[in-house]
Design a protein around this ligand. Structure first.
Ligand code: BG6
Length: 488
């Protein structure tokens, strides 16, 4: 891998401590970062290089999936780090940063390959990107890349506005937009499940699939993020990005080549075929909810509007379920149901593919019921693939019962999402990053829903904490003769 400079804006923040430094450390141990790398952290506060390096060491000690058992290795690792205080609004600070970058490039004999990771509040994305350009930091003889993480805008217009500004400083293929769901190993594995298995590939269409159900349930509440979450809601926080990415990854067609370009092109086509919902019709296909008091794992928890810093009259959505239609020849007639919420019964991200049950009648004539075949893809917190089949149970006089054939990948020692994503960005592989077109199409689809929510055109259902969300989310499937699987 080519040597480079890695500039981390927001280096004193929480994400840097919890995820980015530990990820870099694990990549270092696996020799997946170049031996000659200059890592420059920047933040608003003044700090010496030594203090910064100590902070990095501490974050690795606290959050790394691998313990530090070799003292000289961690010292070697942190010796690549130095610190530069920077006020994001001060042009002079960027010029000083450029001096430092160039000095280190010279000292270490590093070509002008520069990675800029903006681990800062999204309000600063455009400002920093434009200053990278203005100061000359972005004028390199090598490559330059930008990593940013959602939210990319607050609605369609603000997202377009942000993108327009970013693109003044970076080309689309230089921008790596992290959606950490795309870093999850089972999400990355969807591609192999769908395309490397002719058995599944031949069934991956509307002739064989009855419906697709995607759930991302959480037990946590709003936590300490009231300011952000009460403005965002589940619709912006989870649906616009993670849930639609899961829809794209599930519904994309077999690309001609497995290149980043072709895969992202197929994902874009899914979004282009996603049937838009008119603002007046949002209530027919979308259920929104807000958590009420209840119990999570036996512990009482308060309702959303009693959470600290949440207004008692807040109409914010902490749960969204939706029915989506993909109008193309592969998916016509197959509903995709998605749901996500906070304070639900368990933490689970999963995709359930329900296959059509053609032979049901044959067996019903014999007084036997056969369940549909299911493909269950567990993404988080367990990673597992299970196929539900029907089989005679010899202990029950040959009665037909569903059985599950399971494959659980051994995840011990596997890299974490941020390791995978940072490594891909360092090597210039953008497959598992969101392309602007995907992001824009996702906002276009979400926009009427945001408006319907704001204008209160549909009810906000309360659901007990510790449940699977409001009953109305079940009715959405009932209407089509289906039910959510695995709500046990
Ligand atoms: C984040 C959201 O993007 O994803 C959080 O902002 C949410 O609200 C989190 O809790 C869920 O991620 P994961 O990986 O725990 O499913």
């Amino acid at each position: 891998m080519e040597s480079m400079t890695f500039v981390l804006f927001g280096a004193t923040g929480d994400l840097a401590k919890r995820k980015i430094f530990p990820a870099l450390y694990n990549l270092f141990l696996d020799e997946k970062i170049p031996p000659s790398i200059s890592i420059i952290g920047s933040g608003i506060e003044e700090m010496s290089d030594i203090d910064f390096q100590n902070g990095v060491r501490q974050s690795v000690e606290t959050f790394s999936r691998r313990l530090i058992n070799n003292h000289s290795k961690i010292e070697d690792f942190i010796s690549s780090f130095c610190y530069k205080a920077l006020d994001a609004t001060n042009n002079k600070d960027y010029e000083d940063l450029l001096d430092l970058v160039q000095r280190r490039e010279e000292e270490l004999g590093i070509p002008e390959n520069r990675m800029f990771y903006l681990s800062v509040a999204p309000d600063f994305f455009d400002l920093i990107a434009l200053n990278i350009k203005e100061s000359g930091l972005g004028s390199t003889k090598g490559w330059k890349r930008l990593i940013i993480e959602k939210p990319f805008g607050h609605d369609l217009t603000s997202a377009q506005d942000l993108n327009e500004k970013l693109s003044q400083a970076f080309k689309e293929d230089e921008i790596y937009r992290i959606d950490h769901y795309l870093g999850k190993s089972m999400v990355q594995n969807l591609e192999a499940l769908e395309f490397a298995n002719p058995i599944l590939q031949s069934l991956w269409n509307n002739q064989h699939i009855a419906n697709v159900q995607i759930t991302a349930s959480e037990t946590v509440g709003v936590e300490k993020r009231a300011d952000y979450y009460d403005q965002a809601g589940a619709i912006r926080d989870m649906v616009q990005n993670h849930m639609l990415q899961l829809v794209m990854m599930t519904a994309m067609h077999l690309p001609k080549k497995l290149s980043s370009h072709e895969i992202r092109d197929e994902k874009r086509k899914v979004m282009e075929s996603l049937r838009s919902i008119k603002k007046e019709d949002v209530g027919l296909h979308i259920i929104r909810g807000q958590y009420d008091a209840g119990e999570i794992h036996g512990q009482p928890v308060v309702k959303y509007t009693d959470e600290p810093k949440i207004d008692s009259s807040s109409q914010n959505d902490t749960f969204v379920a939706a029915r989506l239609w993909i109008d193309n020849s592969f998916w016509n007639g197959v509903p995709f149901y998605i749901r996500t919420g906070k304070r639900m019964k368990d933490k689970s991200t999963r995709i359930v593919i329900e296959f059509k049950n053609y032979l049901k009648d044959l067996y019903e004539n014999q007084d036997e019921t056969v369940e549909p075949n299911l493909l269950i893809i567990e993404i988080n917190p367990h990673e597992n693939v299970a196929l539900q089949l029907n089989s005679k149970n010899p202990l029950k006089n040959g009665k037909i019962e569903p059985v599950r054939v399971e494959f659980a990948a051994d995840q011990k020692g596997a890299p974490e999402a941020y390791e995978r994503l940072i490594f891909d960005a360092l090597t210039g592989d953008s497959t598992f990053f969101a392309h602007w077109k995907e992001v824009e199409l996702a906002w276009e689809w979400i926009q009427p829903i945001l408006e319907a929510f704001e204008e209160n055109l549909l009810p906000l259902y309360l659901y007990s904490s510790g449940s699977y969300g409001p009953d109305e989310a079940n009715h959405l499937l009932d209407e089509d003769g289906f039910k959510w699987w695995l709500d046990e």
